[in-house]
Design a protein around this ligand. Structure first.
Ligand SMILES: Nc1nc2c(ncn2[C@@H]2O[C@H](COP(=O)(O)OP(=O)(O)O)[C@@H](O)[C@H]2O)c(=O)[nH]1
Ligand SMILES: [Mg+2]
Length: 296
């Protein structure tokens, strides 16, 4: 019997949503970082095995507060993914339960949708025993099917989680071709890979204030020719990204190119530019023009 369905991966920022999706897909599709909110858009990861097609939605982290327009858009995207899903994987990390975890839990607990509560990063615990009081204190709700301790980074127990998810999906024809791994264009993925390197190289605040736009993406002579603009808010930010003698931008470019070559399976020639566009993070209309809308 064929099965197919959407699985929303939700949780506060930084608990390992993107890491889990990449592990499930066996491919680095969604960008990850040790800083919160690396994932700005919901992104589909499609995994087809035999009769089952799982369509994972890696959501931007739901989090409290945030006065700026960008944060409001992020929360809406997460909310939309929850509403449409056939199953939900809510991720928390061992052994924390924060106000933000509670907020996510409150959003899913009254739905009819089956929820799998994944307790991630168990590889960080010294003793498995440490987990027992934590598990015993987790809040309960009727739609939680199972609590599953996992390590998304090391893959521990992820197969178990995958089996449970698969069983929860409704019967039906597959929505996507068997070899398709995402609904996103190569342009989008390329921009995300540049943004991933930027979040790794820059201080915690700066990545919120920038966006990446692909100006050119052409395949010719066996090479992908890609040209990207990094939009920043201020002149000082431009300087920080470029670095002394252009060293930082060079390194960001090199690493972005390597991950693009891996994902696209092709040689890449990458050019990066840094340009100033003031105030864009505060203007919802500008956000829309750059593609940061709720239904993305
Ligand atoms: N030790 C450990 N770290 C993890 C695990 N899963 C994710 N991380 C790290 O946690 C950070 C945030 O992960 P990410 O997937 O970007 O979180 P997201 O914001 O929820 O998508 C990254 O530095 C990951 O490498 C895990 O199972 N164990
Ligand atoms: Mg993420």
């Amino acid at each position: 019997m064929k099965r197919c369905g959407y699985i929303a991966i939700v949780g506060r920022p930084n608990v390992g949503k993107s890491t889990l999706m990449n592990y499930l897909l066996g491919q680095k599709l969604s960008i990850t970082a040790h800083k919160p909110q690396t994932t700005r858009h919901s992104i589909l990861g499609i995994h087809t095995q035999d009769d089952v097609q799982c369509i994972f939605i890696d959501t931007p982290g739901i989090h409290i507060g945030g006065k700026r327009a960008l944060n409001r858009v992020l929360n809406k995207a997460a909310q939309a993914a929850i509403q449409d899903a056939d199953a939900i994987v809510m991720i928390v990390q061992a052994s924390d339960w924060t106000d933000e975890d509670q907020l996510v839990f409150d959003r899913v607990k009254n739905l009819k949708t089956p929820v799998f509560l994944a307790v991630n990063k168990i590889d960080r615990l010294n003793e498995k025993q440490e987990l027992l009081p934590y598990l015993a204190n987790l809040p309960e709700s009727e739609n939680i099917q199972e609590v599953i301790p996992i390590s998304a980074r090391k893959g521990q127990n992820v197969a178990r989680l995958e089996t449970l998810i698969t069983e929860a999906l409704p019967p039906g024809d597959h929505f996507f071709a068997e070899d398709q791994i995402t609904d996103r264009s190569s342009r989008f993925l390329a921009a995300e890979l540049v943004r991933e390197q930027l979040t790794r190289f820059l201080s915690k605040e700066l990545p919120y204030a920038l966006s990446v736009e692909i100006e050119q993406f052409e395949h010719s002579g066996g090479v992908d020719h890609i040209s990207a603009v990094i939009w920043v808010e201020k002149k000082s930010q431009k300087g920080i990204i470029i670095g002394k003698g252009g060293e930082r931008l060079k390194e960001i470019g090199k690493r972005s190119r390597v991950s693009m070559e891996k994902l696209f399976g092709s040689k890449v020639y990458l050019q990066l530019w840094v340009k100033i566009k003031s105030g864009w993070a505060d203007d919802e209309r500008t956000l829309r023009s750059l593609g940061y809308t709720d239904n993305q």
